[in-house]
Structure formats: structure tokens, C-alpha cells
Ligand binder design. Structure first.
Ligand SMILES: [Zn+2]
Length: 382
């Protein structure tokens, strides 16, 4: 059984009529073959079309021995003429990604001679793998050239050369392919063997945005987006940048510099706070000089500061310093420090009694407890 491939006759065909040649129950659904179809089967890095056929849903489409098999969630009657409607927004998106991919691969092949060794169309972006190293700084130039190809609105030519013509046709490939070969040509930019569906003109791709190029298996993995996807990605980034610009009171073209300055200012503040804390901790610990075991509560300290204060007190009190910071609602961070002796047993008993966890070394134990202040005080009164 052979299916006429309407998606090659007109890649923009979203709706068509066809006769049902066969319908058989498969493992999970019904496998329908038509005399002709606009449903593109999975292939060449392009995903299978979905849609509806005579009212039932087409979940997947595959090619097998010249027949296109539609995997449907319902049965169709053999001999009936049915109407097919493909999910055209999805298909058109894939055509935009696919034609855009050819333009970029053609430019890279022309410039460095690298070949495309992998192509994956994800839901957010598309990745292309190349068998050579593309310097990231070359991306803006390639991106500009690729978009110039769009602005020229070139007619994309898809054709199958005759066996006589084929040897004279130049196309991007690692090795010569046996006839028949379907050639997809973007004049002046690319010529490649491909079975996918493409836009009729480069202008339909709309926009090509190269997102990244990272080392991958000795070559490069490039991430890109075309058409609506590119617009969506750029809009999201633009909106985030607008918010950052507002938060920093910086121009949208200067948010990077504003963020760097903010980080520097925060680092300077942190340095200053640490210095001030040291002074305060020295004052607190002086009050505990030679007092033996000490239990101290201090508000608003982070884990590092809790340990610093416990350490400062333990240096002067002559016993074990236990410092807690937190609240009855959210629990307390703690640190136990002793200049002599082993605190592991005390730490274990305390976390057990106060519903906490922690650990450390013999001379210090650190962690958190979920208990209120009176319970902590009660524990240390024993
Ligand atoms: Zn292709």
C-alpha cells in the first residue's frame, strides 16, 4: 500500500480528504492507512504530525514501506472518505525550526566545513550538534547572516533530481547517498538531503535566535529558536530585564552593570557587618568571663554568627558555651563550644530532648532544634 504524500505537494496543507485503505487494531490504538495524507510521519529530526481524521484523534504518524500509518484513538471504516485536519500551529512551528536549522547549518558548513551530526527539536528550543568547534564569539555574526537570509524572502526549493542529475547536484552530506535523494535548497545558503517539511519562503521562518554554543563530544552543541518560539523566548527575557531595570532604577541596556554593582555593595556590607558582629560578640563574651557553663540567646544570627559568638564566649567563660538564635515559632539554630572536654554526648542528648538535629566535632556541636525557649532553658537547668 502506498500513500500519496500531500505534505510534499503542499507543506501548508492543513486540511484534506482521503479514502481509508485499511484500519486495523494495533496494540494500543488503531492503525489507519489512507490513499493520501497531509500528516507528516516522524523523520529527519522532525516530529510526527497529530490532529484528527474522520473525527478520531491522530496521536502519532509513522512511515513504513511507502505507507503512512496514522495511529488513531478510534476505528475508521475502510472505503470511507474522511476529512483530515492536522494540528497546523504545531506543524508550522516545526517547519519554522526546520528551515531555520538548514539555513544555520548551511552557513556553518560553508564557513568551517562542519557537518550537522544531530538535530533535536524540543518543545522550547532546538539543538543542533556539529562535528567541529564553533567559537561562541562567532554566534552573533552567524545569527545576523541567518536573519539576512530571512529578510531576502528566498523561495525554498524541494526537489528530487533524476538519477542522471544527482551526481551533478552539490548538497551538504558526509557521504554520497543512493538515488532517490530529496534535496532542500535555500538558494545561496544551503543545499541538503532532507525528508522534512519546509516553509515555502525563508521569510516564513520569521526570526532566528542563536541561544548558545557549548562543547559537545569534541564538537559543538548549538541551541537555537526560530519564529514564534524565538519571539516568546526574547519576550520573556525582555520582560525579566524590564523588571530588573525597574528594581535597580537602571536603564534596560545597563542592568548587567547595575547587578554587578549591587553584588559588590552587598559584599562590602557583609564584610562590615561581620566586623561589627565581632565587636558585639567581644562585648557579650566579656560579660561571661569566668562564669563557667553559659546559655545565651541572641536574636537574628545566621549559623556562622551563632558559631562565632559561641566560640567567643567559650574563650572566656571557662566552661561550655551554648548559644541559640531563632524563635519559638521557627525553632532555634544552636552551637555548643567547649575549649576542653567532649560535647558529642551532650549534643546527642540535647537534640533528642529538644527535637532537633546536629553534629560536629568533640569541641563543637552545631544544628537546629524545634523547641521553645523555656524548654531549652529547662534542659540546661538540669
Ligand atoms: Zn532537514
Amino acid at each position: 500500500m502506498e500513500t500519496k504524500k500531500l505534505y510534499y505537494v503542499d507543506p501548508h496543507m492543513a486540511q484534506f480528504s482521503a479514502r481509508v485503505l485499511s484500519c486495523k487494531a494495533g496494540e494500543a490504538n488503531f492503525e489507519v492507512i489512507l490513499d493520501q495524507t497531509a500528516f507528516y510521519p516522524e523523520g529527519g529530526g522532525q516530529a510526527a504530525d497529530t490532529g484528527t481524521l474522520g473525527g478520531v484523534r491522530v496521536l502519532d504518524t509513522r512511515e513504513k514501506d511507502d505507507a503512512i500509518i496514522h495511529f488513531c484513538d478510534g476505528a475508521l471504516t475502510v472505503g470511507d472518505t474522511v476529512e483530515g485536519i492536522i494540528d497546523y500551529d504545531l506543524r508550522f512551528d516545526r517547519m519554522q525550526q526546520h528551515t531555520g536549522e538548514h539555513i544555520v547549518s548551511g552557513l556553518i558548513n560553508a564557513r568551517w566545513g562542519f557537518h550537522n551530526t544531530g538535530f533535536h527539536m524540543g518543545t522550547e528550543s532546538t539543538t543542533i550538534d556539529f562535528d567541529g568547534v564553533i567559537p561562541p564569539e562567532a554566534l552573533p555574526g552567524i545569527e545576523l547572516q541567518a536573519n539576512e537570509a530571512i529578510w531576502k524572502n528566498l523561495a525554498v526549493r524541494c526537489w528530487i533530481p533524476t538519477p542522471d542529475e544527482l551526481p551533478g547536484v552539490a548538497y551538504r552530506t558526509k557521504r554520497a547517498l543512493p538515488w532517490p535523494v530529496r534535496i532542500v535548497e535555500v538558494p545561496g545558503y544551503d543545499s541538503c538531503a532532507c525528508c522534512g517539511t519546509h516553509t515555502a519562503f525563508t521569510g516564513e521562518v520569521g526570526l532566528i535566535k542563536l541561544l548558545s554554543a557549548i562543547p559537545f563530544r569534541g564538537g559543538t552543541r548549538m541551541e537555537m529558536a526560530c519564529g514564534r518560539r524565538a519571539l516568546n523566548i526574547l519576550n520573556t527575557a525582555f520582560e525579566q530585564n524590564r523588571q530588573v531595570s525597574q528594581a535597580f532604577s537602571a536603564k534596560m541596556q545597563e542592568t548587567g552593570e547595575a547587578a554587578r554593582k549591587m553584588n559588590e555593595a552587598l559584599a562590602a556590607q557583609k564584610y562590615r557587618i561581620t566586623g561589627l558582629e565581632k565587636q558585639i560578640f567581644a562585648g557579650i563574651s566579656a560579660g561571661y568571663a569566668e562564669k563557667g557553663d553559659v546559655l545565651h540567646f541572641e536574636e537574628g544570627l545566621d549559623n556562622v554568627a551563632v558559631r562565632e559568638l559561641a566560640d567567643a564566649i567559650a574563650g572566656l567563660c571557662g566552661g561550655t558555651a551554648a548559644v541559640f538564635s531563632g524563635s519559638d515559632e521557627n525553632g532555634y539554630a544552636f552551637c555548643l563550644v567547649s575549649r576542653s572536654g567532649d560535647l558529642r554526648q551532650l549534643g546527642k542528648e540535647m537534640t533528642k530532648a529538644l527535637n532537633g538535629r546536629g553534629g560536629g566535632k568533640p569541641i563543637f556541636q552545631q544544628g537546629r532544634v524545634s523547641a521553645c525557649r523555656t524548654q531549652i532553658e529547662e534542659f540546661f537547668r538540669k
